[in-house]
Design a binder for this molecule. Structure first.
Ligand code: ATP
Length: 421
């Protein structure tokens, strides 16, 4: 078992040595002390009980083999007890999560983001939804889209299945907001993104190019910019923050706080909005307009979500925070092709955030009304009908395992303006 030396708080190392002439009891006591520091000393229970859900068909279809070769040996060495299920069809992970016993220390998804979406929706329909959402969820990235893993582990480790396995063994629970999306009276849990316009076409219009892997998204982006189709929607929201510099300062403050937290004393998770056994009720109705703002502009895309990375090529929501109870909304003005191209140039590091043709809003809720019969909508990467919908955030409802207690992405400050002579 080996893994490149990590820069994070966790790395996998095989240590061996000879204890010459040591008494067996003393050795046992030494081992026990070491394990105590490694686990209880870091606030982690030893030998976690894990529900493992593997999608053998995700990404390049290597999930089952990767689990067996790399992930399972790490879990076994850490004396975790495993209850492993391979999904046999779309929707299987939803059913597993909806009916599962709630006495696991974590649920592990050996998959991409699609299975995470299914599991969280399964929890929402569990007979004890709030308790189900308390079970920490941890991804092992074997899908095409592995944004959640990138957000938890960072760019360097986000696609490293050993790092993800270590997070399962030793990560600490981190509360995270999820969203309710309502459309035609139907409520869906979204944990990652809702996309309309160019960014939805990326997911929907490039399905036949799956063989390209991640390059498919860059191809779709360039194609979309060339076509320069407008996104026929009206965007309205219940805004909390509109100032990009203040959002950046708040991100820095929250990261500083998370960095100074003593991992040995995990903070007690915030009380969810709803202590009872039902999902939190919706706060906003589709007819509410008190305190709502309509953004008067024409867009190329409107993109909203949680978590900085939406893929390796795009840090869409650089100032997103796991449990601020807010949704980050990004809307690209249809000002000019060059503006769109310029802003996408800085997408991997989130630099487009500072571009003035990008609206960036933190809100409690938002609403999209189509202004034309045809268009695209993708929710957590899945195709949805292009019809009116509304989204609101539920603060800290779900739980993830995290090595850092915050998102791992690094986002740079506003670039200094070049002096003009
Ligand atoms: N055994 C199966 N056969 C076919 N599809 C499945 C199976 N198990 C799960 N699925 C479906 O596979 C989809 C993709 O899952 P996953 O999260 O692993 O990867 P992804 O990155 O989201 O997508 P993909 O890798 O397929 O592009 C899910 O929507 C799920 O419904």
């Amino acid at each position: 078992m080996s893994r490149k030396k990590g820069t994070g708080p966790m790395s996998l190392t095989n240590l061996s040595g000879v204890a010459e002439g040591a008494d067996g009891d003393i050795l046992d006591a030494w081992i026990e002390t070491l394990l105590h520091f490694a686990y209880e000393g870091a606030g982690v229970k030893r030998g976690r009980r894990l529900k493992v859900v593997i999608n053998p068909h995700g990404g390049t279809k290597k999930g089952a083999a990767v689990f067996k070769k790399t992930v399972e040996p790490i879990f076994r060495s850490a004396q975790c007890s495993l209850d492993v299920i391979h999904t046999t069809r779309g929707g299987h992970a939803y059913d597993i999560a909806r009916t599962m016993a709630l006495d696991y220390d974590a649920i592990v998804a050996v998959s991409g983001d699609g299975l995470i979406h299914e599991i969280l929706n399964g929890f929402a329909h569990h007979e004890q939804p709030v308790k189900a959402f308390r079970i920490p969820l941890a991804p092992v990235p074997t899908g095409t889209g592995n944004a959640l893993s990138l957000n938890l582990l960072g760019m360097e480790d986000g696609f490293d299945v050993s790092a993800a396995a270590l997070n399962v063994v030793k990560g600490l629970p981190m509360n995270v907001d999820v969203f309710s999306l309502t459309q035609n009276g139907k409520r869906t849990i979204s944990f990652m993104t809702q996309a309309t316009g160019l960014l939805a076409d990326l997911d929907i219009g490039t399905e036949h190019l799956r063989w390209m892997g991640e390059a498919r998204f860059m191809y779709g982006l360039l194609r979309g910019v060339l076509q320069f189709k407008k996104c026929p929607v009206q965007l309205s929201y219940k805004a909390v923050e509109l100032d990009k510099d203040r959002m950046f300062d708040n991100l820095q403050a929250q990261r500083f706080k998370a960095g100074n937290k003593n991992r040995a004393v995990p903070s007690s998770p915030p009380i969810p909005e709803n202590e009872g056994n039902a999902l939190p009720p919706l706060k906003y109705r589709p007819t509410d307009d008190d305190g709502w703002t309509i953004l008067d502009d024409t867009f190329v895309y409107v993109f909203a979500g949680k978590g900085p990375y939406v893929g390796r090529d795009m840090m869409a929501f650089p100032v997103s925070l796991p449990d601020d109870g807010l949704i980050d909304i990004l809307a690209q003005s249809a000002s000019s092709r060059s503006d769109v191209l310029l802003s996408l140039g800085g997408a991997p590091k989130g630099e487009f955030y500072w571009n003035s043709s990008i609206h960036y809003i933190k809100a409690n809720a938002y609403r999209i009304k189509p202004l034309a019969p045809k268009g695209s909508l993708a929710v957590d990467g899945e195709i949805f009908p292009f019809e009116e919908f509304q989204v609101e955030a539920h603060q800290g409802l779900a739980t993830l395992l995290s090595p850092y207690g915050r998102y791992a992405a690094e986002f740079a400050p506003r670039p200094k303006r070049k002096a003009t002579s």
